[in-house]
Design a protein around this ligand. Sequence first.
Ligand code: G
Ligand code: MN
Length: 356
Amino acid sequence: MTHFCNCHAISPSPAALSPFVSLGIHSPSSSARHHLTLLLHAHDIPVHTEEQVAHIGVQDFSRLLGVLDGLSEADRLSLRAVPYTAEGPNVWEVQPLSVWADRLNSEWFESATENLVFYGQPIVEVHDGRVIGYEALVRARLGDELIGAGPLLKAAAAHDQMRAFDALARTTAIRQLYGKLAPAQSLFINFAPGVIYNPDICLQTTFQACREVGADFSRLVFEITEGEDFPDLELLKSILERYRQEGARVALDDLGSGHTSLVYLAELKPDIVKLDRALIQGLSPSKPAFRLVRSLVDYAHDLGIQVVAEGIEEPEELVAAREAGVDLVQGYYLGRPAETLSGVSSEAAGWWEVHQ
Ligand code: G
Ligand code: MN
């Protein structure tokens, strides 16, 4: 097992799942247990019940997900499972049944963490079409398959490894992509602030990787991507401060996606804000949303914050974003994420020849 994070070791490894003889499913409600037992029988999954516990055997884990679909939300919440081995139940590993099902369904997670591949997507100056940098986007190679960020993050959460995975992703992004940048370009690196409880401790491996590749910190931008476990404002501020102490910049990601509050813009004063593609999709000066985007841009500029429009897929959106005053643009029209950092798409290059 590779040790890649000073915060948390990755455990239990998915390989450790196989010695399970069974999962013991507890529920305070005997009706939920009864319901589960009936469902398992209905799916021909052998189950035996003791008082308080229903057991599912190792051969049948793969069919658990289908069974879970048949449970009500209330049952899912009340059913908790522990792994049973020959020595009995491992009470330290109690988790909701759906978490166990997700883990068993993503046993590929450990080998995925050993095969991370970072793609870069260009971020482009809106007036002259210059590529000012690339956002690092995580993938994992598993045999012939490439696993995307969505399933990887979901598996990391199921295995309770968000913190270690996020730290590994940051260091791998820097090691794989920084050296591929042209001299003045910046690397944009995502991070989930919810996993950071103490920036001095949790960002050590990140800064170490930056030093290892000889990075100029002013060419690193850390993007705060929010999730359900967004930390409080004071912790967020201390995280931003820690990055800035090293000379790196910070971006607030996905503004307008419904999670990030507008208040954060003034409170955190990031260097850059990225407008979510939900705001950009179908943008045109004749639509009411255009005035909203223009106001957000003005507001950000008043605070000294640069603005990126994400998710530009059509030239019309590029025209509108430029008219709304955004500074930088990103999206499939300008360039898809790719392993080689090869500049803007030929379509976009043609557009700037005409519109510079
Ligand atoms: O939340 P964040 O901005 O980090 O999301 C980046 C994700 O958005 C990546 O998975 C990337 O593949 C995807 N993406 C990048 N450009 C576009 C685009 O133009 N349209 C859509 N639909 N997705 C995009
Ligand atoms: Mn991002």
